[in-house]
Structures are given as structure tokens and as C-alpha cells.
Design a binder for this molecule. Sequence first.
Ligand SMILES: [Zn+2]
Length: 128
Amino acid sequence: MSTTPDKPLFFRRALRKRCPQCGEGPLFRAFARMNETCATCGLRFRRESGSQTGAMYFCAAVSEIFAAALALGLYFFTDWSTPVALGIGTVLVLGFSYLFLPVSMAFWTAVEYATDVSNGERWVNPRP
Ligand SMILES: [Zn+2]
């Protein structure tokens, strides 16, 4: 089989928290806790230790962008004192970071899978 892999499909599946390969098996068994393998097709989601390091960096980078945008928004659009803005801003950034973590993990799983498909790794078998 030599069809062009549908990489956007891998990302759509992962962001729906499904296996990037088959689109069926759930990525997570609980909040931010990934399954080892896909229950449907058997794909190993975390192929090596440290494979989610990219997800951690991605989550941190997006959270910093959110924090910067929030800081500007609070500065320009509120008349809150610095302690109030810092207190509320910190809670909002921590909440955002916590809620974004599984999205980041799913995104990074799709990045790794798309890379493995591009490299023609023997274990990949993309389903249409
Ligand atoms: Zn699967």
C-alpha cells in the first residue's frame, strides 16, 4: 500500500481522544491518564519512556501564551489592583494549564504517530 497518509485525520482522531491509527479505541482511561495501547487496533500509544516530554513542553508553551494574553487583558481591560489581578490570574492560568494537559497529550500522540507513519515504521498501519 502506497497511499499518502492522511495526517490531519490522525490529529482529528487524537483531539477527539481516540486512537490516531483507527479512530476507535479511547486514548485515555481517566483524565490525563493514557491507555498503554489501543483496545481496538493494538497500537502502543507510548512507545518509549519520555515520549510525552513533547506534550509537557507544548502544554507549557501554550499556557505561557495564555498567561501573557491574560496578563495584557487584565492590565488593559480591568482596574483591578495588582494583588487581585495576580491572584485571579494565577488561578486562571493554573486552571487552563490543568485542563489543557490532556489536549496537549492527545496532540503530541498524533505528532508521534504522524512521524512514525512518515518514517514508514513497521508497526504503523493507518486505517481510513
Ligand atoms: Zn486504534
